[in-house]
Design a protein around this ligand. Structure first.
Ligand code: PMP
Ligand code: GLN
Length: 388
């Protein structure tokens, strides 16, 4: 007997008419079905540090298994505050200005729900990470998408022109998924000028903060006091510690903004799981894991780009993240979704179509590969891609 027991379920309409199953889930399922090398969905195919697993297991054995405080456990909030201060020079108050979340997705959604009211507009930059627009729409707001330029830089004049009296916030993401570009100091200056001039809030998705290459520094919005004073800064331990399945991250914001964030947080998740918080706090006593991350991923980027250079794909720049965009127009006339499917089923390498990051259909003949993989996986993928 099915769930409806033969009775018709009431029609509830939909809060998200444009949304289906995410492209990441679709491509991972197709890759698994076809036995393809999965360079689609962004996650490492290698394990996290056993010391981290031991620290979390130790916390469970030590009985850290009941509700932690709503904002997160004190030792972890302290470590987060220290890390941000050491890297970006901004000291957030660990008690009033940092909240541990169930991943960056929940942090972003919570920040959006805390600030966006029905009728508000929120500026996003296209290509845009897939959770932003649904979050804005569930809050009753309207997303105003400003296209990035051909080199995936932010056209600040266009951003300024998109501001209306209804604009409440702007969402930025650096290093940027899917393009791999980063914001530089001049970008933050522009962002700050626009935010101050129009009294806008900023939601800054910095989940790839430790994946910036070629000696560049990550430009966190928390580096600039006037910008930090109106920003929610979001990061993810899933990315930093190779544990995307753990779904744990955080948000930092000035106390008045954080107070509103926590009002929402306490009713959409209440708190993030306790043993991981204690385990991560212990593991973070040693800064080596995130300090070594740029070199770790730069080696993978260079290996992957080196191999792709010998194929008919055209490489786009990769300044950060663990993603590499490639132009396949010398190989195929298929549209991006069709090419990604074909590549997965016929060549045995899964990718994500760039078009998945746009509201309106666009076709650049570009797909995204994830290089957070072992050398062996990358070499296997390159061997298949070199046949094209
Ligand atoms: N923002 C961006 C840009 C991402 O790429 C991702 C995940 N890959 C997230 C947010 C979500 O992070 P989490 O898994 O911690 O929710
Ligand atoms: N952020 C990951 C990516 O861009 C996917 C996360 C997810 O599947 N929701 O591939």
């Amino acid at each position: 007997m099915n769930a409806a027991h033969g009775l018709a379920a009431p029609s509830i309409g939909t809060r998200l008419p444009k949304v289906g199953t995410t492209i990441f889930t679709v491509m991972s399922a197709l890759a698994a079905e076809r036995g393809a090398v999965n360079l689609g969905q962004g996650f490492p195919d290698f394990d996290c540090d056993p010391r981290l697993v031991d620290a979390v297991a130790g916390a469970m054995r030590a009985g850290r298994n009941q509700y932690p405080p709503m904002a997160g456990v004190a030792p972890l909030r302290q470590r987060i505050a220290e890390k941000i201060a050491a890297l970006y020079g901004m000291r957030y108050d660990q008690d009033a200005e940092i909240t541990v979340t169930a991943g960056a997705t929940q942090a972003i959604f919570t920040a959006v729900l805390a600030v966006v009211r029905p009728g508000d507009e929120v500026i996003v930059l296209e290509p845009v990470y897939d959770s932003y627009i649904p979050s804005i729409e569930l809050a009753g707001g309207t997303a105003v998408a400003v296209p990035m330029d051909a080199g995936f830089r932010v056209p600040w004049a266009a951003v300024r022109a998109a501001v209306t009296p209804r604009t409440r916030a702007i969402m930025v993401n650096s290093p940027h998924n899917p393009s791999g570009t980063i914001l530089r100091e001049a970008d933050l200056r522009e962002l700050e000028a626009i935010a101050l001039e129009h009294d806008l809030l900023v939601i800054s998705d910095e989940v790839y903060e430790h994946m910036v290459y070629d000696g560049e520094a990550h430009q966190s919005v928390s580096r600039r006091p006037a910008l930090a004073a109106r920003s929610f800064v979001v990061s993810s331990f899933g990315k930093t510690f190779h544990a995307t399945g753990w779904k744990i991250g955080y948000c930092a914001a000035p106390a008045p903004l954080m107070a509103e964030f926590r009002k929402v947080h306490q009713f959409n998740v209440f708190t993030a799981n306790a043993p991981m918080q204690y385990g991560i706090a212990e593991y973070m006593e040693d800064p080596a894991p995130w300090r070594g991350l740029p070199a770790f991923y730069q080696r993978k980027r260079d290996l992957f780009r080196g191999g792709l250079a010998a194929t008919r794909f055209r490489l786009l720049p990769c300044e950060g993240t663990f993603f590499q965009l490639v132009d396949y127009s010398a190989i195929s006339d298929l549209d991006e979704a069709g090419f990604a499917r074909w590549l997965t089923t016929e060549i045995g390498v899964a990718a994500i179509p760039l078009s998945a990051f746009y509201e309106q259909p666009v076709q650049n003949r570009v797909v995204r590969f994830c290089f957070a993989k072992t050398e062996q996986t990358l070499e296997q993928a390159l061997e298949r891609l070199s046949r094209l």
